[in-house]
Design a protein around this ligand. Structure first.
Ligand code: AMP
Length: 199
């Protein structure tokens, strides 16, 4: 009999560490929270920056890690060779699609433009009905305060619905965010919740 599918959390985060130790601490804490529950991390497959931290912490705590990296970034992001699964895919689009298909929930940690793009993309896909998985934003040390202000501005100016704004859960605590997202995750019945073939 096949083993049950582990709960799978897709994490988007910086390929750098950022300037404060709090960012590294948050990435490690989130990885430990995923791994200690026997859950699975899905991420971009690199071993640099916060990406490497969350992957190492997940594995150290006993979780599985799935990396998905595009061929063109394999060298630049220094792919992590110790993962349970490392998928090298031809394009960035396939990477993001595969990461999303493997996920029950999404969390963005502090990061740069790659992280923001990934957060907004998966949020857009939810708005379009391509998936119904919960999305979390980890606001470590106020890193995303100004982005949250801008999101509220988007609502106030009539470009973003309050309902879509509420689809992104925000917390400063990695464990609290993870548990709150998973309490909302749709039970996975094949094909029912998501249709990411449309992206
Ligand atoms: P960053 O937050 O900029 O450090 O990037 C974090 C992750 O986003 C890395 O895995 C990058 O490969 C990825 N990334 C960078 N640029 C893009 C892009 N244009 N589209 C999607 N992902 C990207």
């Amino acid at each position: 009999m096949p083993l049950p599918k582990p709960v799978s959390i897709c994490v988007y985060c910086g390929s750098r560490h950022g300037n404060k130790p709090a960012y590294t601490a948050a990435a490690r804490e989130l990885g430990a929270a995923i791994g200690s529950r026997g859950w699975q991390l899905v991420y971009g497959g690199g071993k640099v920056g916060l990406m490497g931290e969350v992957a190492d912490a997940t594995m150290a705590a006993g979780g599985r890690v799935v990396g998905v990296i595009p061929e063109s970034l394999k060298l630049r992001e220094v792919e992590h060779r110790g993962l349970d699964e490392l998928h090298v895919v031809p394009t960035m689009h396939l990477r993001k699609q595969m990461m999303a298909e493997r996920a029950d929930a999404f969390i963005a940690l502090p990061g740069g433009i790659g992280t923001l793009e990934e957060l907004y993309e998966v949020w857009t896909w939810r708005q379009l009905g391509y998936h119904r998985n919960p999305i979390g934003l980890l606001n470590t040390d106020g890193y995303y305060d100004d982005l949250l202000r801008f999101m509220r501005h988007s609502v106030a100016e009539g470009f973003l619905s309050a309902e879509q704004m509420a689809a992104v859960q925000v917390d400063t605590d990695p464990q609290a965010l993870l548990l709150s997202l998973m309490s909302q995750a749709a039970p996975q019945s094949p094909g029912a919740a998501s249709d990411l073939s449309r992206v």
